[in-house]
Write a protein that binds this ligand. Structure first.
Ligand SMILES: [Zn+2]
Length: 103
């Protein structure tokens, strides 16, 4: 059964916050965090009436397997955009500096 993407996402946030509050910055590693993520186990249940659909007992999400991967993908995407924001800003900043210098 697929893990519920919504609940998994929420759980990841909690794990990350806990990890960051317990482990000093210089000792943190992405692998350790991902190992903790692997322990998340929030399987959805198959809908007996419509076996193409899954339902999450925790948050009530009701979706097909395709929708589940779609939601998971979008949530990951959102996360990545947030992480990249800083880099985008830096890029914009150095670009605008360059443009100013050229003019
Ligand atoms: Zn859920």
């Amino acid at each position: 059964m697929p893990n519920c993407p919504e609940c998994t996402h929420r759980e990841k946030k909690k794990i990350q916050e806990k990890y960051e509050s317990e482990v000093p910055e210089e000792e943190r590693s992405r692998e350790d965090l991902f190992k903790l993520y692997d322990e998340i186990d929030i399987p959805m249940k198959m809908d007996e009436k419509n076996r193409r659909n899954f339902v999450c007992k925790r948050c009530g999400l009701y979706a097909t397997r395709e929708q589940v991967s779609d939601i998971r993908y979008k949530l990951n995407q959102k996360e990545r955009t947030r992480d990249d924001k800083h880099d985008d800003y830096l890029e914009w900043w150095s670009k605008s500096k360059k443009e100013k210098a050229e003019n």
